[in-house]
Design a protein around this ligand. Sequence first.
Ligand SMILES: *Cc1c(COP(=O)(O)O)cnc(C)c1O
Length: 402
Amino acid sequence: MANLHTKAIHGGLDPAAHRGAVSVPIYQSSTFAFPSAEEGAARFAGTSPGPIYTRMGNPTVQALESCVADLEEGCGAIATATGMAAISTVFLALLRNGDHVVCTDPLYGATRTLLTRYFFRLGVTSTFVPTVDTTALAEAIRPETRLIYVETPANPTLDLVDLAAASAAARGAGIPLVVDNTFAGPHLQRPITLGADVVLHSMTKSLNGHSDVIAGIVIARDPAMLAVLRDAAIVFGMTIDPHQSWLVLRGIRTIGMRVERAQANAIAIARWLEQHEEVAWVRFPGLPTHPQFDLAQRQMSGPGSVIAFELRGGTEAGRILMNSVRMITLAVSLGGVESLIEHPASMTHKGVPVEEQRRQGITAGLVRLSAGCEDLDDLVADLAQALACVAVAVPPRPRVSA
Ligand SMILES: *Cc1c(COP(=O)(O)O)cnc(C)c1O
């Protein structure tokens, strides 16, 4: 079995199947001709693997699916039009009226809305338990609970879920553990190897890595689960198109280099921020000050490239910092080659009521930085001049506990 860089570069690649093409061709066709009536019938019966119709499968899409399934050590995958389509596919395939879901808290905002607004309307209820509390996770399971859904590291607090403990809880209840692995990515964390049944990604982030595509994917541990998920994705029309798949596959070829370089930048920036006057604290799984540093060492092969830090000057300091960065881009999203910065309380998590934000650890001065692949000196210089602007406008206050 190949290692990660090799898998990312060779996954889904089969020149002999494509007239020798070393880059998987884009099969920009909605439908595929059958050589005979018998062959058409065999494809519909599932006894012949050839393509039928692009919503149901396409050679370019299959190349992407086989590459990511291999990276995540699953049996197969279904690529979807967006990350949210991947999440919707899992819920639509596995939940029905009367069912209950146990989730970690905080969750990606749209995932929380999907559960509390739309699935609630369909008769599915959810319980949210703090990310770090695996005991509460197990205790929240009821007879009607049909799945456990977790995000680790959590957004934007970077709290971690103990995946081995969460999978033991799911196994004990005979229900699947579903993990949104977008933040860490397959290069740094492979939940299936720790007992997860389903893993999903917004490929918009580090898998594609170039901030130019929206896409998602669902990976299953076993073929029966894969079949159930694939059927839902096809019938609900969640699937991806071939051109978008090709762009993501091209991005994946360099994921190893990108993730390692961005992570090296993030480690250095996190240490630098920790020493800075304007910064109250830094939350990053690669720092010994992270409350779950040991868990990060155990279940991740690296801390990733997203850093959360708290400005002493609160909301106003956050506003000034956002307006003062020059090269680092003020934008939401993460995992791209360019560094992005945002202020969760006024941006990505604005829709969460303030008391709820505080309960989830989203404080007024919290900043989320996704380190990219630029030169470290340039990143530090930009942050230094922007924090100097903050210092002039907002004098530091005495250190307060978070
Ligand atoms: C971005 C993101 C999503 C949603 O993905 P889209 O591609 O924007 O639909 C889901 N989960 C996490 C953790 C994300 O970061």
